[in-house]
Structures are given as C-alpha cells and as structure tokens.
Design a protein around this ligand. Structure first.
Ligand code: GAL
Length: 836
C-alpha cells in the first residue's frame, strides 16, 4: 500500500537541528517503495520500463521498506559469482520512490535532501524532474527539491541506482545504503557543510577557535545578514553544556543567489583537549539573522588538539608521541552488509578498541559519517580516504572511469563534510595507484592541492604499493606524509629497497605504514580443511608480511609513525588466497616473476572453484569473534594490560602422539608452558621477538597451561583444556534491552558447552534461532568465509564452536522478546530481551 507521509516538522535530528530558526533536519529513511530491474538476484533480467520517475506512476505493487537498504546482502550467495565481490548478486538497477506532503504554509522555505551515500550512479528526481546525479557511491551529496515541490500536495521523490556499471575489488553493496535526511531552511541559511572551525593557536591557558562560515541567500534581493557564534562544551550524548565563548553580532551582506563568507575568532579559556583517552569535544553554534529575524541555527561539533607528523619522532598528538596502532577496514558490517547501522558500527569499533587499536583507515573510500562521529567520541585517529584508484582504474567501471570528471567535486565534498572531526589526522587521496610510478604526471601533487583548498590543517597522503619505488622516485615529495603499504623493508637503511628515512631530500618527510601484514587465517582452524587457512598466524600473500615482521620494522625505525594493519575485520569479498580477482596482479607492480607465479595460482583457483566469499585477513572474523592474532596485537598495543593467550585449542583426538605446535601471545616477557602439569620449558622473548613458540609439543589430551612473567614477576596465566562432547548451548548477549527504533540491535553469541561448562571449540552442530515477541532475528553468521548460506537464514552450523544471531525489535512495538537457540540432540538455551 502506498504511504504518504506528511512531515511533522517538529521531528528533528540530534545536534544539527533546534527549535529556533527555521532549520529542521528530518529523518527521511522510512516508508520507501523499491523495485529492482536489470539483473536480478537469480541472474535473470527484467527490462527496466521507461520513466519510473513519473509522479503518477502506479507503484502500488512495489516493495515497501525502510532505509538504509542494501539489496545485494539479501543474496542468495551464488557460487557462479566472483568471490572478490562476495559471491552476492549486487549488480542490478534499483529504483526507490517515496510519497510525501509538505504543508502549503512552508512554501517560503527551502527543502533539500541529503544523501550520506547511494550505491551507485545515483539519479534523483522530484515530481518527474531530475534534480541531481552522483555516480560515486561512497560520497555524500545534496539535492535541492525546492523548485519542483508542490506545496500542500503529494510529492514523489524517485531515485535510480545502477550497479551494473560499477567495478569493485571488494563487496560494494547496492542501494540507498546510508541515511537520507530532509533539510528545511529559510531562504537565507548556512550552506551545506558551511561552518569550518580550526584552532590555530592552542596553549594550556587558552585556545583560539577560528570559525569560518558560508551563508547562502536564495532570496530575490540582497540580504542584510548578521550572525553570532557561541561555543559550548559538548558531552558524548551530543548535549551542549557550559558556554565557553560568545561573539558579538557581525554583519554580512549577501547578494541575491550568492554565498557570502566570513570568519571570526573566539578564545576558549583553559581548553579541554581532545585526546584518545579523553575525547573532549566542543560545539560551535552559529545563529544567522536575516534583518532582525533569526533564520538559522547551525551546530558544528569540533575538537581542540594539535597533530604533528615528524621526521624523527613519529606522530605527535598534543605534543605527545602516539604510535599509530591502526587497522584498515572496508565499510561492510558483516552479515548486515553495506547498510549502515550505527549500533553495529559501534560494536565493531568497541571490539577494535578492546585490543588496543587506536586508529582507523577508511579503506578505500569515504566512510559513513557515523564512523567519524563515533571515532570522535570513542577516541580513534582516522585516515579518511577518498579513492582506490585515480585515472588508471583497476576494474572496469571503477573510479578510474569517473576520476577525470568527478574527482575535484568528490574531494571537495569529502573534505568539507569531514573537516571538523578532531579524529581525522590524515586525508588520503588514494591507494596503490598506478600513477605512483609516474611522478611526472603530478597527479599526487594536484590532489594534495585540491584537498588543501578546503583544509590546510591536516596533511595529505596516500597508500603507496611498491614503496621501494614510489618512496624514492619523487612521488613521495608530492604528498605531505608518505604512506607505505607492505614496506617493512623500506623504512630505513641501508637496505636494497632504498632508504626512505635516510635519503637526501627526505629530511622533512614523515612516513607510516598505510597497510601492513595481510596475514590470513580462519578462526579456530589449525590444520585447515579445504578453502581454509590455518590460525597459527603464519600465512601471508606474496606481497604481505606477518604481524611480527612489521612490529620488528617499527621497533627498528621508531621514527615511522606506526601502522594500519590489513585488516581489523574480515570483510565481504577478496577471499585471498582463494580470490579469483586478477587485479591482485597489480600488487606486484613490474615484478614479472612474482606476477607469473600469481597468474598460475589464479588459474588453479579457476579450476578449484572455491566457495570462499569473504576475506581471511581480519584480526577479527566477519561475525565479530576474535581470531588468535587479536591477542598478538593486544599484547603489543596494550603492553601494560596483563594478558596471555594460548593457541591452538586442545581438542585433537586424531593427533595423539603427533607434533602439535603451541604458541603463546602475551604482554609479559617470559612464559612457562605446562602440559598436564609437566613443564615444557620457560622461554623469554628475544629482541624483536613477539610470540613465544613451542614447536615440537607432542599432543596428548588434557590441559595446557601458560604462566607468564614480566621483569621476573608473575604477570598473567591461562589454560586450555581438552573438553568433552557438547551437550548444551550457551548464550551471551551484548545487552538485554533493545530500543524499538528499528535500528537498535542485540548481538547474541551462541557457544556450545560440555557437561562441565567448558566451551567446545570444535563443535559445529546446526543451530536454529527463533524469537517470540516484537522482534526478529535479522541475520546470523558463524565467521566461516566459505559458507554460502544467506545471512538472513536463522539456521546454520556453528563454525569452530561459535554462531552469532543479530536481533532487532519491530519499529514502534514494545514488550518482551524471548530469544531461543536450539540444535538437535543438545539442550537449548533462551534469554529475555526487554524492548523499550
Ligand atoms: C593491498 C590492497 C588492499 C587489499 C590488500 C590485500 O595491496 O591495497 O586493498 O587488496 O592488498 O592484501
């Protein structure tokens, strides 16, 4: 049934909207209609009818849904589709329509639609008129509805997306997969992203905030505007607190159909700096007057902090050296696909924070704005990345085909949208671009300049592959800070690769590892089954390295600012080493022999037809369950937290009498390992050694125990036991109340326990989860990269002892939910969730 929404103009969103002034920002996610044409999920085609934007189109048969929406994640997985984009049927043509009414009394105001991102090739129509298009699926954009709105009558907005003409090296998602807002303003108002706050001078007594603003005048006449700015402390729930500064009223004359700009400075006494431990924020509230009338009130959160990339002392935040202990991550949320969900994103960031990750690289595209707000609030550093390629594409129809026409506009949008976030310390214009080998093209320099048009307060960088060439060929001089992918051998010298830090002319340069490691593993899998990779953390692709190698390189060259590990989480697509993507050949630059070897591997993959559809690179698996190397990173990144982890598990009935290596990851410096009470020796970490290995342990069932020491004192201990058979399911939910807002989620970890309550790491029964009450299981997962059961299915096997269910409440319905997980022959488990 067609739904017509009349905007209740008192409903508005958090920080950016207030009761004074005209501005209101309304959530525009609900009650859209959707139809899919072109390629369908099963591979068939449906011809796209003409003029689906027509307001009088009969769309009664269309599917009704809420945004954010990703039609690709709905599956099914198809073995015939490429593994490198997740074996999901995301290619197609999607149409979205929404009917709404704007009251006649609003006809003096302006109405915009703000899209945080639409995948891809968006064309937007209102009442049949095209009001905008934006091909790059990761970029945020605004369309102006005002000229074609019918006041007091029904309006129809229609959006056409086309992912048939989209190339990607990972799962891109498909649809209006980020939020949409309806923005109402007076004819005179702050422009989109029209306030930029910098803090050019900071000392303990006071900080100078420079507030730059842009005011648009859509009236037919000149506007005698004026404005004031107040600064407030801002709490983590986005509530402004104490006012710390207020400006006088400033005048600004803005011509008809013009944008006027101005800038003022204010002093913040005793500024509370933004840092990783105390991510303090402020709010700049700009009040705009058209004549005497207050017409706009516009809020901009910002932070006060200094950043510096040095040549010989790494990265400094507020003058203190902070090693970048970062991870790269693609944008998907595992079983939820590309559709943004702030609760799921916060869970990801919390998991990263729990092992000491302090920095995020938004590889290789602009993130959802929620990621940056969470990073500001939770205390992460961010490298905000624009593109995966420049003019030279890596896939047909990727950004290479858009670059010439769109890169300046896209960079402008990215920087202007994001430049107030204190978490952002670097802009990245690209990743492993072909142009890095040709400094004479000057593309890197040009992009650096484009970014600096909009923000001079942060350095510009990109992630270079083959730093052995591009770190010394002059490309490195076209950016402010040089990012090096897989460059553990290039930082200093003497080394056959070159000497980034020591080269003449590099005295002012600072470098960091923009991508490191690419170690692969399947969680809990030690002697791997087909299409799995061992979790002993010793497997790397030809271009990659092991975590330990990067740690050693950084310890040798502490001037390097740190690393962004590939990757924090497993992601959909790119299932190297079972990846069929020919663009991996690009990773070898001009190295013909390695390319040839890789070509042979690719041919073998073609023959083997692996079912792999998600990556093996994560420190954490796709379901959010930590793999072993989570603890290797935790030991390094949280050195003062006592911690020890043993691998593998100790359930190997088939290995009795066989050599079964045991590794210990610890933040201690020594460990003693015991098998069934007998010492297997005490080992001390040697310089540049990060894991302790007992390679020749002979397996016998029982208990393995590790006792660790730091500076000779007891530090932490742990043990793993051979368990009995699984008899029962065990549930661990991340919370027990749920908001009925259609967004909140509960993540339930389901494990299997033996009669003594030990978790059985090898159990893989088929589990079904169900919900009674006002909610549903929206997705399940088990972290197995080869599993082709659609994520919406509630029945799937556990993988190495674990299963995940994601539960959502029905929008607007309250009460109690009973969640239940069951498996044949095992005692089931239940829990109650309150829906508020
Ligand atoms: C890098 C590339 C990443 C990813 C990674 C896998 O070369 O920049 O996007 O493909 O390899 O190891």
């Amino acid at each position: 049934m067609k739904k017509i929404i009349t905007f209740c103009l008192s409903l508005f969103l958090a920080v950016a909207a207030h009761a004074q002034g005209v501005r209101e920002e309304t959530n525009f996610d609900h009650d859209w209609l959707f139809a899919r044409y072109g390629l369908q999920a099963d591979g068939s085609r449906i011809d796209e009818p003409a003029s689906l934007e027509r307001p009088d189109l009969d769309d009664t048969g269309w599917r009704s849904l809420d945004l954010p929406h990703d039609w690709g994640i709905e599956g099914p997985f198809r073995p015939d589709l490429e593994g490198y984009t997740g074996k999901l049927p995301w290619r197609g043509i999607g149409w979205y329509r929404k009917h709404f009414v704007v009251p006649a009394k609003e006809s003096d105001n302006r109405f915009y639609l703000d899209f945080d991102g639409a995948m891809a090739n968006a064309e937007v129509f209102i009442n049949g008129h095209k009001v905008g298009d934006r091909p790059y699926g990761y970029i945020s954009f605004r369309v102006d509805l005002t000229p074609y709105l019918r006041w007091g009558e029904e309006n129809v907005v229609a959006v056409r997306l086309n992912t048939e003409k989209l190339g990607s090296r990972w799962y891109p998602g498909a649809g209006i997969y980020r939020h949409v807002r309806l923005v109402k303003t007076a004819p005179v108002h702050i422009a989109q992203w029209g306030v930029f706050v910098t803090t050019p001078k900071i000392d303990p007594k006071s900080a100078t905030a420079q507030v730059n603003l842009w005011i648009e005048n859509h009236r037919p006449a000149n506007a005698e505007c004026s404005y004031t700015v107040s600064l407030y402390e801002l709490d983590e729930n986005d509530r402004p607190g104490k006012r710390v500064a207020t400006s006088d009223r400033h005048s600004l004359n803005v011509g008809s159909q013009q944008t006027g700009t101005d800038s003022i400075t204010l002093e913040i006494p005793q500024p509370r700096l933004w840092s990783l431990e105390e991510p303090n924020r402020y709010l700049a509230r700009v009040s705009v007057y058209d004549g005497k009338r207050l017409v706009d009130l516009y809020d901009t959160p910002f932070g006060v902090r200094t950043i510096e990339f040095t040549h010989d002392n790494g990265f400094l935040l507020n003058g203190q050296r902070v090693p970048i202990n970062g991870t790269c991550n693609h944008h998907d949320l595992g079983a939820l696909g590309a559709a943004i969900n702030e609760v799921a994103l916060r869970r990801q960031l919390t998991i990263l924070k729990n092992f000491g990750c302090n920095a995020l690289r938004t590889s290789h595209n602009p993130p959802a704005p929620e990621l940056l707000t969470l990073a500001d609030k939770m205390g992460f550093l961010v490298m905000d990345e624009a593109f995966d390629c420049w003019n030279h594409g890596k896939k047909e129809y990727d950004y290479g085909s858009l670059f010439a026409e769109w890169h300046e506009r896209d960079l402008e949008s990215l920087v202007c949208r994001d430049r107030n976030h204190p978490s952002i310390i670097l802009w990245s214009t690209g990743n492993e671009v072909e142009e890095q080998y040709h400094p004479e093209t000057g593309v890197a320099r040009h992009l650096t300049e484009v970014v600096h048009r909009y923000d001079r307060t942060r350095p510009v960088s990109f992630g270079a592959s083959y730093p052995s060439k591009s770190a010394v060929n002059g490309t490195e001089l076209q950016v402010d800070v040089h990012g090096m992918n897989y460059a553990a051998g290039c930082y200093g010298g003497p080394h056959f690769y070159g000497e980034f830090l020591n080269k003449e002319g590099h005295e002012h340069l600072s470098g960091y590892s923009s991508e490191s490691s690419s170690t692969m593993s399947s969680r809990g899998e030690y002697f791997p089954r087909r299409f799995h990779v061992s979790s002993y953390d010793l497997t790397q692709p030809g271009w990659g390295g092991l975590p330990d190698e990067e740690f050693a390189a950084l310890d040798r060259y502490p001037a390097i600012c740190g690393e962004f590990v590939w990757t924090g989480f497993d992601y959909l697509g790119e299932p190297t080493p079972f990846n069929s993507d020919n663009s991996v050949l690009l990773n070898y630059g001009q190295n013909a022999s390695l390319k040839e070897e890789e070509r042979r591997k690719l041919e073998q993959i073609e023959k083997d037809r692996p079912t792999s559809r998600s990556s093996y690179f994560g420190i954490v698996d796709l379901a959010g369950f930590p793999k072993d190397r989570y603890y290797l990173y935790k030991a390094r990144w949280m050195p003062n937290t006592p911690m020890v982890h043993i691998l593998p598990h100790w359930n190997f009935p088939d290995r009795v009498g066989q050599t079964t290596p045991v590794f210990v990851y610890t933040s201690g410096d020594e460990a003693e390992l015991f098998l069934n009470g007998k010492s297997l020796g005490r080992k001390t970490k040697q310089p540049l050694e990060y894991r302790l290995r007992w390679d020749s342990v002979v397996y016998e069932p029982g208990e393995l125990k590790a006792v660790t020491y730091r500076d000779g004192k007891l530090w932490a201990e742990t043990s793993v036991k051979t368990t009995g058979e699984a008899v029962k399911l065990k549930l661990t939910a991340d919370k027990c109340t749920l908001r009925a807002d259609g967004e909140d989620l509960v993540f339930v970890r389901v494990s299997l326990i033996d009669s003594e309550g030990n978790e059985v790491p090898t159990a893989e029964p088929v589990i079904t989860s169900t919900v009674e009450g006002p909610g549903q299981v929206v997705a399940t997962d088990n972290g197995d990269p080869t599993c082709l059961i659609a994520f919406q299915e509630t029945t799937r096997p556990a993988f190495n002892g674990l299963y995940l269910a994601i539960v959502k409440a029905k929008r607007g319905e309250r009460g109690k939910l009973r969640f239940r997980a069951a498996a044949d022959g095992l005692e089931s488990a239940e829990l109650e969730i309150k829906v508020k």
